[in-house]
Design a protein around this ligand. Structure first.
Ligand code: NAP
Length: 532
C-alpha cells in the first residue's frame, strides 16, 4: 500500500499531523501506532499518581477555538484518563480513527533512493511505502529499566511506570520498593504509600519539588479560560516554555531578601511549575538560583520530621530546575508515614536484586513488588528503537553513535523527507509539549505544502545547516544552568553507554518559532529541495 505520508505515533503529535496533512493538504495518510489506542505517553503512563504537570488550560491544542470551547478539563492538572478522553474527543470530532492502525509497531523504515520513497516495515511483517515519513513517537516513550544484576531472579513482581498494566497494581499488604525520584517517582510514592504495607524509596539523586496544589477547576476559572482563549494562546505561543504564564522580568538582586522570601512563599502557595517563573535569572545565574534552592531545601527540612531522612531528601547536588523540576502532592509529607522508608543510595548503593528483594551495600530489603520509576531513554531512544536508514543505506543508529545531529530537531541530513516532531535539537521537553508539537506540525505541513506547490519531491537538511544548528543547541544550553546538571537525562546521562550530548534546544520556544519561520520565509534555508 502506498501513502503520501506515514506518521508513526497517535499521541498529540500524530493526531494533529494526520489532521493537517489529510484535511488541509488533502494527502493520503496512514498513522501507525504501537499502543492499542490513542494517547501516546498517556496511553502507557498509567502509574499511580500520574498526572500532567502542565496546567490543563494550557495542555491542549490551540489550533481550533471551537474545539477549545467544547472541552474543558475538570482539574488544574489533568490525569491520563482525562487526557485520553480529550484526545478521543478530538479524534471523533475530526474523524481521525479511520486512518490509524493500532497495535502495530514500526520495526524499520528505509529510504529507497531509486524510487524516492520510504519503505516501512512493521514488527508483524506488514509493509507499506510513503513519500514522507513523520515520526510522532514522543520524547519519553522508551522505558529505561536499569541493568541491575539479579532482576531475573526476583520472585516478586516488577513494573516500569512507563509501561504500567492497564488493570492497575494492587499494593495492599505488599512490601514495595520504588527506585527513582524524578517527576514520576515523586508523583507515584505518595499514592503507593497509601495502600502498600510498606514502601521503600530508593533515592540516587535528591530532587526539588514544589506542591502542585491540584484541585477541581472552579466554574469561574473555566469561564475565564473559555472567554480568554485568544489571550491564553497568545501567551503560550510567545513565552519561552509554552506555558500559560509569563516569566517575571525582575532579577533576584532587584528585590530585598524579605521581598524575595515573600515572592517565593506566594509561589509556593500557588504551586506548580510557575515557581520557576518568579525571577528572570533563576536559570542563568548561580547566586540567584541558590536563593530558590535554599528556600526549597528549607521547606523539605520543615516538612520531614526525621532529621536524617530530611537531610537525605534535601541534599540536592544541582541548581533548582537544572534537572526537570517535579511538582507533587504530599511527596515530602509521605516520609512522615510509619510505613515509608528512604534509602539514600549515595551512601548505601544498590548491589543487586535478589530473589527476595533489593540488596544494598549495608542491608537487605525484602520486597514483593519493585517499581522502576527510572525514566526513559529520552529523545533519541524512541527513534533509534527503529531501524531507520537513509540515503545509500546509512543508518541512524550509526550516524548518531556520538549523539544526535539534526537541523532544528526537524530533519536529519541524509534522510530525505523524514521529519521528526519534537526531535532532539528542538525545544520539546523544555516546554509545555502540545504547544511545541503544534508549532512543529504546522511547520512540517507548510513545508510539505510548499513542496507540492512548487513541484519538488524531496526536502533534506544539509550537513552544514545541521552542524551549525548543533552548535546553536550547545550554545543555548551553555548559557543556562541546565549545563551544570551533567547527570540529567537532558544529556542522556541516565542511560548507560548513551553519548553525553545536551539534546533539547534551550533557547526558548518563542525564539525557536521565529527561527523556523525565518528559515521557511527564506526559501527553506539550510534545506535542499529537489525534484524527482
Ligand atoms: P527521570 O526524571 O529520569 O527520573 C528517574 C529516576 O530514577 C531518577 O531519580 C534517577 O536517579 C533514578 N534512577 C535511574 N536509574 C537508576 C538506577 N540504576 N539506580 C537508582 N536510581 C536510578 O524519569 P521520570 O521521573 O520518569 O521523568 C522523566 C520525565 O518525564 C520528566 O522529567 C518529565 O519531563 C516527564 N514527566 C512528566 C510528568 C508530568 O507531566 N506530570 C510526570 C512524570 C514525568 P538520577 O537522578 O540519579 O539519575
Amino acid at each position: 500500500m502506498h501513502f503520501d505520508a506515514v506518521v508513526i505515533g497517535a499521541g498529540f503529535a500524530g493526531l494533529y499531523q494526520l489532521l493537517c496533512l489529510r484535511d488541509r493538504l488533502g494527502l493520503k495518510v496512514q498513522v501507525i501506532e504501537a499502543g492499542g489506542d490513542l494517547g501516546g505517553t498517556w496511553y502507557w503512563n498509567r502509574y499511580p499518581g500520574a498526572r500532567c504537570d502542565s496546567e490543563s488550560h494550557a495542555y491542549r491544542y490551540f489550533f481550533s477555538r471551537e474545539l477549545a470551547a467544547e472541552w474543558q478539563a475538570s482539574e488544574r492538572y489533568p490525569g491520563p484518563a482525562e487526557i485520553r478522553a480529550y484526545l478521543d474527543h478530538v479524534a471523533r470530532k475530526f474523524d481521525l480513527r479511520r486512518d490509524i492502525r493500532f497495535n502495530t509497531r514500526v520495526a524499520a523504515a528505509h529510504f529507497d533512493q531509486a524510487a524516492g520513497l520510504w519503505r516501512i516495515q512493521t514488527e508483524a511483517g506488514g509493509r507499506c511505502t510513503a513519500a514522507f515519513l513523520i515520526t510522532a513517537v514522543g520524547c519519553l516513550s522508551s522505558a529505561n529499566v536499569p541493568a541491575i544484576a539479579g532482576l531475573a531472579d526476583f520472585r516478586g513482581k516488577w513494573y516500569h511506570t512507563g509501561q504500567w498494566p492497564h488493570e492497575g497494581v494492587d499494593f495492599r499488604g505488599k512490601r514495595v520498593g520504588q527506585i527513582g525520584t524524578g517527576s514520576t517517582g515523586i508523583q507515584a510514592a505518595p499514592v503507593i504509600a497509601q495502600s502498600a504495607a510498606h514502601l521503600t524509596v530508593f533515592q540516587r539523586t535528591a530532587n526539588y519539588s514544589v506542591p502542585a496544589r491540584n484541585a477541581p477547576l472552579a466554574p469561574e476559572f473555566k469561564r475565564w479560560a473559555r472567554e480568554h482563549f485568544e489571550q491564553i494562546r497568545e501567551i503560550v505561543q510567545s513565552t519561552l516554555n509554552g506555558h500559560a504564564f509569563r516569566i517575571e522580568q525582575r532579577n533576584v538582586a532587584d528585590v530585598t531578601p524579605a521581598e524575595r522570601q515573600a515572592i517565593y512563599e506566594a509561589a509556593w502557595e500557588k504551586g506548580g511549575l510557575q515557581f520557576r517563573a518568579t525571577f528572570k535569572d533563576l536559570l542563568t545565574d548561580r547566586a540567584a538560583n541558590a536563593t530558590a534552592a535554599e528556600f526549597l531545601k528549607a521547606r523539605i527540612r520543615a516538612v520531614v520530621k526525621d532529621p536524617a531522612t530530611a537531610e537525605a531528601l534535601a541534599d540536592i547536588d544541582h541548581p533548582y530546575a537544572a534537572k526537570r523540576p517535579p511538582i507533587d502532592t504530599d511527596y515530602f509529607e509521605t516520609f512522615n508515614r510509619p510505613n515509608v522508608t528512604l534509602v539514600n543510595l549515595r551512601q548505601d548503593p544498590i548491589e543487586c536484586i535478589t530473589a527476595q528483594g533489593i540488596r544494598t551495600k549495608s542491608s537487605r530489603h525484602p520486597l514483593d513488588i519493585i517499581v522502576f520509576a527510572t525514566g526513559f531513554d529520552a529523545l533519541t531512544g524512541p527513534l533509534l528503537k527503529m531501524d531507520i536508514r537513509g540515503r545509500g543505506g546509512r543508518s541512524l543508529r550509526e550516524d548518531w553513535k556520538g549523539g544526535p545531529s539534526t537541523y532544528l530537531g526537524l530533519q536529519v541530513p541524509g534522510y530525505p523527507n523524514l521529519f521528526t516532531i519534537t526531535g532532539p535539537g528542538s525545544p520539546s521537553v523544555l516546554t509545555n509539549m502540545p504547544v511545541a508539537i503544534e508549532q512543529h506540525v504546522e511547520w512540517i505541513t507548510e513545508c510539505i505544502g510548499h513542496l507540492r506547490k512548487t513541484g519538488m519531491a524531496t526536502v533534506e537538511a544539509s550537513d552544514t545547516a545541521a552542524t551549525a544548528w548543533g552548535a546553536q543547541v550547545d550554545e543555548a544550553a551553555r548559557a543556562t544552568l541546565l549545563w551544570d546538571a551533567k547527570h540529567s537525562w537532558y544529556f542522556g546521562a541516565n542511560v548507560a553507554g548513551k553519548p553525553q550530548v545536551f539534546m533539547p534546544y534551550a533557547g526558548g520556544l518563542n525564539k525557536y518559532r521565529k527561527i523556523c519561520q525565518g528559515i521557511a520565509a527564506r526559501g527553506y534555508e539550510g534545506f535542499v529541495l529537489a525534484r524527482a
